[in-house]
Design a protein around this ligand. Structure first.
Ligand SMILES: [Zn+2]
Length: 951
């Protein structure tokens, strides 16, 4: 009835509008598809979805609020549904998981979960008990929709599915609920969906639109795919940086569903894809699940055939990266992907002239869901049996993982290793530590080298991999994911033929390299004398009688400490060398608050204490500024004054929304200090004097001459410009602002770049022969590094080689970063820092700039008795260079990027330019390189520019 009134009201409205303001369209999209999605017999006491919408169900996109209204009503109207709020999005929207089953099953949820938990751990359960549990357990399905906010049809299908399951009078549906618990996660990304539904409103005209290029279909920057901070939530399932994923993963891991359906959309001109992935598939994945994946795909395919709907399986769908929703496949759950061709609303016209309607796309998702549930109900027991066998294998001596232990070496970076522990614990991974050293053999280092005798130092984090989640542990901690030779062959063929790739995502992703933590893999089951891992204790010692208070610079939170105090008006210094004061040893990069620097601040002690308590970071009080022997004293040049950063991020059209988002998120997540996001089109007329630090995330936008000259003036007057990847490429190719060159633009001067490199090498490895030095006579016996090498390569050859090598650039792999350990940008980093590397600009740093991080770890190699030449650079005798750490890096790419700069810093007028070749904050998870970026943002203005004196 309500519906009728709505329809007549909107008719009146249409008549009124068309007469006065807008013309009536000649056709309606609701005429395109006549099938009724919800065509069963339903309990009238449950409201039809139309009641919550201002259109007919399935014809348009429901907003998150409309779906939430339905959920709130259904939980009142039905005893077959229990609603859990598992998270709140950044924009304050609730995320729901709806447990749908018979009232009897819902009443027994706790007991069912207990049984699932026993079935998942074969150390506490035997075969007989397992069989009993399996006999009693209902099937369990997790149905999740529209993690990408602009891939809308999934959530609309979910709304219909919920109604269908709780309201249907059909005995088949009632039987399903008697034997199954269906958990529906209807709107996985409410902020993204909300952004997109808003743009649908904004770009809608009167007539339906079937052109997939129009704004109503595409939306506009930053688009609806991602969440509030423009994170792709379907890459976050292992790194767990966002509230949506954190809440969801914790609930999924509690429920251990048998299947997890993850419903997406893809290109508008495509059809429908489902079924198991093709190679490369991560080797740690349970192969039984591939078998089951085919069973589900077959049933789904038959149903599509029956209805004359087109579909395919496999093709571009691969599964090497474990951070998709498919992380569940490592835990014994079958992940099922749907990819429906995407039409925002109305429909999309195809080359053959037909129009696929939005409603049909919702119908595809709806029928796929029901079909999968029916397949599960038939196969649930057999799947449980396979699951139990796999769980037994995981903890047995026979598994592939049984003789494998991951060890993270002790670090003073407490906040970072605690973050790692939190992420691992969220996946039910058991973590230990050792009070005494443990001797082990044939240990694998991150660089790929084997160490025959190794001592695991006391206080390491130890993860023996004979535990229930062994496959997942291996997937996220092993240094290298194995890729079949056949896959490599296909990849190389694709690269050579047309520069394409069969890899869909990054080929390297392990946690310890991401986090920049030193780790080893031990090829044995390390046990005995281990205790459960506990975070190290925090000591906040802020004594008002002290003359200064200091936080160790290795801890990432030291940067936060400095940033937050500066924001509150405190003068902060940083010690740029290792120090020992008042009997305390502290690393270089330790921020220190000195009472004498803040004479007028009566709340100083309280501010320092409160800030440390808020952050839960250890602080020491120091009573003397005398550093014994040659160590720095407090009045010397190593106690350098910082300058409060005043930050703006350049943003909007032309920038990568991911890199803008993750830069923004990094400031809010790691620092929590004030900053502005600027629409870059304002740069020509905005008042840039308000900022001393400008962040240019990766982008594709070129600045015009006028904009560039504004930027140059601003830097010259003391600004710090920080750029990533695409923006770095733009700045170096401009040729007028930075002295850094892209490699393809450097060959005329390759000798100069090599000389700069040789000076760096020699400055780290000098020996003095007194007779030679003190000889009064002139000598002709002088060594010139470039003359030591036998085969110099001319610039034409270099150019040709570079063009060829550039075909093979990696698409996400770790390479070794060699750090300048005297530069302030590298505070808090390890000596060989893994760099996540892709098709980035290859940076050449000449005189007048600092190559703060270069690609390649220099290692001793006594077999190397002459200089070795790699393209433009020479490696001194007695050494070799390690490049690849993890993932696919073709040798051609290694040669191309060897010794190039990943991070550069150069003065420009009174200011400076800091260039990252890559994207240091990748997915909010590359904490190793994120630290470099945080250093640049918080310390840059104080340490890399001329200090400003206010009269
Ligand atoms: Zn998607």
């Amino acid at each position: 009835m309500k519906k009728l009134i709505q329809t007549s009201l909107s008719l009146i409205l249409t008549v009124y509008c068309s007469a006065e303001i807008l013309k009536k369209p000649t056709s309606y999209s609701s005429d395109l598809y006549k099938e009724i999605i919800l065509n069963g017999s339903y309990d009238p006491s449950i409201d039809h979805p139309n009641e919550f919408l201002d259109f007919n169900y399935g014809e348009r996109v429901a907003s998150p609020e409309q779906i939430e209204n339905a959920i709130n009503t259904y939980k009142q109207q039905s005893n077959k549904i229990k609603v859990l709020n598992y998270a709140v999005s950044h924009e304050g929207r609730p995320l729901h998981a709806l447990i749908i089953s018979s009232p009897e099953n819902i009443a027994q949820i706790d007991g069912i979960k207990e049984n699932l938990s026993s079935l998942s751990d074969a150390r506490i359960t035997n075969d007989r008990e397992a069989k009993k549990i399996i006999d009693s357990l209902p099937a369990i399905a997790w149905m999740a929709y529209s993690i990408h906010g602009n891939e809308t049809s999934g959530s609309d299908a979910a709304l219909g599915l919920i109604y269908h399951l709780i309201a249907s009078n059909d005995s088949e549906v009632e039987n399903l609920l008697d034997n199954m618990i269906i958990i529906v996660d209807p709107v996985m990304n409410p902020d993204g969906r909300s952004r997109f539904t808003k743009s649908l409103e904004q770009f809608r005209g009167t007539a339906p639109n079937y052109d997939d290029q129009s704004l109503i279909h595409t939306g506009d920057w930053p688009y609806g795919r991602t969440n509030h901070y423009y994170f792709d939530l379907n890459r976050d399932w292992i790194y767990l940086t966002q509230p949506e994923t954190q809440g969801r993963v914790s609930l999924i891991n509690e429920w251990k569903p048998q299947i997890l359906v993850d419903a997406h959309e893809m290109g508008a001109q495509d059809t429908f894809m489902t079924g198991p992935a093709r190679e490369p598939i991560n080797k740690n994945m349970d192969r039984d699940l591939v078998k089951w994946g085919n069973v589900f795909a077959q049933d789904q395919g038959s149903e599509f055939d029956r209805r004359n709907w087109r579909f395919y399986t496999g093709e571009w769908h691969e599964d090497l990266y474990p951070g998709y929703s498919f992380y569940v496949n490592f835990r014994g759950t079958l992940g099922i992907l749907y990819e429906q061709s995407r039409m925002a609303e109305d429909g999309v016209r195809r080359p053959e002239g037909t129009i696929q309607s939005y409603k049909e796309s919702v119908h595809h998702q709806f029928i796929s869901s029901l079909t999968n549930l029916n397949t599960l109900s038939v196969n649930s027991k057999a799947m449980y049996n396979d699951y139990w066998e796999a769980r037994k294998l995981n903890v047995s001596k026979e598994s592939d993982w049984a003789n494998q232990t991951f060890v993270i070496l002790p670090t003073k970076n407490s906040s970072r290793i605690n973050t790692l522990a939190d992420k691992l614990k969220s996946q039910n991974i058991e973590i230990y530590t050792n009070k005494q050293n443990i001797n082990v053999k044939n240990v694998l280092k991150q660089t790929g080298d084997i160490v025959e005798e190794f001592n695991i130092p006391a206080g390491s984090m130890i993860i023996p991999n004979r535990q229930p989640e062994a496959p997942l542990i291996s997937a996220i901690l092993e240094f290298d994911a194995e890729i079949d030779e056949d896959v490599l062959k296909k990849e190389r063929e694709a690269t050579l033929r047309d520069g394409s790739s069969i890899m869909y995502d990054t080929t390297a992703f392990n946690f310890t390299m991401m986090y920049g933590l030193e780790a080893v893999t031990v090829p044995e089951y390390v046990k005995g004398n281990l205790s459960l891992w506990e975070p190290s204790s925090v000591e906040i010692d802020v004594d008002e009688k002290a003359i200064m208070w200091i936080v160790d610079g290795t801890d990432d939170l030291s940067v936060t400490f400095a940033a937050r105090l500066m924001e509150q008006g405190v003068q902060v210094r940083i010690v740029d060398k290792d120090i020992s004061l008042s009997g305390k040893s502290l690393s270089r990069g330790s921020p220190v608050v000195i009472a004498m620097d803040n004479p007028k601040n009566s709340k100083l002690v309280q501010l320092v204490k409160n800030t440390a308590e808020d952050l839960n970071v250890s602080v020491s009080s120091l009573y003397t500024g005398f550093g014994p022997e040659e160590l720095p004293d407090w009045g010397g040049r190593h106690f350098r004054l910082l300058n409060k950063p005043q930050i703006a991020i350049l943003s909007h059209e032309g920038f990568s929304s991911y890199d803008v988002g993750v830069s923004w998120w990094s400031l809010d997540h790691h620092l929590g200090i004030r900053h502005s996001q600027l629409n870059t089109s304002m740069i020509g007329y905005a008042d840039l004097r308000r900022y001393n630090t400008l962040i240019m995330p990766s982008g594709y936008r070129s600045l015009n001459q006028a904009e560039m000259s504004v930027l140059k003036d601003w830097i010259k007057q003391g600004g710090t410009l920080i750029a990533n990847n695409g923006s770095t490429r733009m700045l170096v190719s401009d040729n007028s602002i930075s002295s850094i060159k892209d490699i393809s633009d450097s060959f005329e001067n390759s000798h100069d770049y090599n000389i700069k490199l040789q000076r760096e090498f020699l400055s780290k490895n000098t020996s003095i022969d007194l007779d030679y030095v003190n000889n009064s006579k002139i000598t002709s016996d002088i060594s010139y590094p470039w003359e030591e090498t036998e085969n110099r390569i001319d610039s034409d050859t270099l150019k040709k080689r570079d063009k060829w090598q550039s075909l093979f650039m990696p698409s996400g792999a770790f390479v070794s970063g060699r750090i300048d350990d005297k530069h302030w940008l590298t505070f808090g980093t390890i000596d060989t820092l893994p760099l996540l590397y892709s098709n980035f600009p290859v940076l050449m740093a000449g005189s007048g700039s600092k190559a703060v991080i270069r690609v390649g770890e220099l290692i001793n190699d006594t077999n190397q008795d002459i200089y070795k030449t790699i393209n433009w650079s020479d490696i001194p005798a007695g050494n070799d260079l390690n490049i690849r750490m993890s993932g696919l890096v073709w040798p051609e790419a290694s040669a191309r990027i060897a010794n190039s700069a990943y991070l550069t810093q150069e003065r420009y007028g009174k200011g400076q330019i800091i260039l990252f070749s890559g994207e240091p904050n990748f997915r909010g998870s590359s904490l190793g390189t994120n630290r470099l970026w945080l250093n640049s943002v918080v310390y840059g203005s104080g340490l890399g520019t001329s200090s400003r004196i206010t009269l």
